[in-house]
Design a protein around this ligand. Structure first.
Ligand SMILES: Cc1cc2nc3c(=O)[nH]c(=O)nc-3n(C[C@H](O)[C@H](O)[C@H](O)COP(=O)(O)O)c2cc1C
Length: 292
């Protein structure tokens, strides 16, 4: 298992000490041309996470290759790639082919840009045709995530990154991608479904704030874990979460994180957490609504 940051949630140039605590650094999504992003206000807090509408602000592939990437030497770098057409994705992947990067993550699911890229399979196939780098397809927790995961697999993806944010809103008219704790059950369901459908390696993310959260995503089928929103409130989260993860795995009898991958799919698997059951210790008043 590797611990990464979620794209857009860590700037390795301004916080190198946080990046150094990770097994790999994932860049902010890079697009063909520079983008200033949306007008402020671009972030809103909610009780269950945050909304962001950054709008893929980034220096563009030229600026990234000339100014950003050379300053990331010493880190294992994954480049997140975005675009507005199949061609955009393929062009950027082609530009990255000769560079010293560990993997490419195709951002196929940004809720903050209006232009929607083509089908997952089409973009992955076009990228696959021009790159030999490990290729991860990043998807949102949509109802058809298993279908998209299968399309990515058929098109030659080496892995999946699950999940991106989903569109939410805070009044007045602040729409943005919802991330953080609210996303965790959606991430679990998406990872579970994609693991069942494809068995591809999955970088699991979505509201991970503790070792316990990480173990749950592993059990659902993630093989690596990425930290996003938690890094905004707790930059020391990587080492804390690794320590918690080790304790949590030991408590469940797993010698190694890799042994926990997909554990929730075992036929005899019961819930990892009896306390997650409705009404148990949570003070939920279910009697009026639930029979039996
Ligand atoms: C401020 C912010 C910026 C983000 N920018 C990107 C981005 O550029 N590309 C991308 O694929 N995902 C981006 N994301 C989504 C995260 O990578 C991640 O998928 C999502 O936040 C879920 O993880 P979390 O709940 O741990 O934050 C961004 C998220 C936040 C909060």
């Amino acid at each position: 298992m590797r611990l990464l940051n979620a794209s857009g949630c860590l700037d390795a140039l301004t916080a190198p000490e946080v990046a150094a605590d990770l097994d790999a650094f994932v860049t902010k999504t890079v697009t063909p041309l520079p983008r200033g992003g949306n007008e402020p206000v671009r972030i809103a807090e909610t009780e269950v996470g945050m909304l962001n509408a950054i709008g893929l602000a980034n220096p563009g592939i030229d600026g990234f290759l000339h100014h950003t990437l050379p300053r990331l030497s010493g880190l294992t770098v994954w480049v997140s790639v975005g675009g507005f057409s199949v061609r955009d994705y393929a062009d950027i992947c082609e530009r990255l082919e000769g560079e010293e990067i560990a993997a490419i993550e195709l951002n196929l699911s940004c809720p903050n840009v209006d232009e929607v890229p083509s089908g997952v399979g089409e973009v992955v196939a076009a990228a696959r045709a021009v790159t030999s780098k490990p290729l991860y397809a990043k998807l949102a927790p949509a109802a058809d995530v298993a279908e998209s995961a299968k399309a990515a697999t058929a098109a030659g993806a080496d892995g999946l990154s699950l999940v991106n944010t989903v569109k939410g809103m805070a009044l007045d008219e602040r729409t943005g991608g919802l991330s953080g704790p609210a996303l965790r059950p959606l991430a679990l369901a998406a990872i579970f479904a994609a693991h069942q459908a494809t068995r591809l390696p999955i970088v699991g993310m979505g509201g991970v704030a503790s070792g316990r959260d990480a173990v749950e995503l592993l059990a659902a089928g993630a093989s690596d874990i990425a930290l996003g929103t938690i890094l905004f409130s707790d930059p020391a989260a990587p080492s804390r979460i690794v320590a918690e993860l080790e304790a949590e795995l030991a408590a469940h009898g797993f010698a190694d994180p890799d042994n926990a991958v997909g554990a929730a799919h075992e036929p005899e698997a019961s819930t990892l957490d009896p306390e997650s059951r409705v009404g148990h210790k949570k003070g939920l008043h279910t009697r009026a609504n639930v029979v039996g």
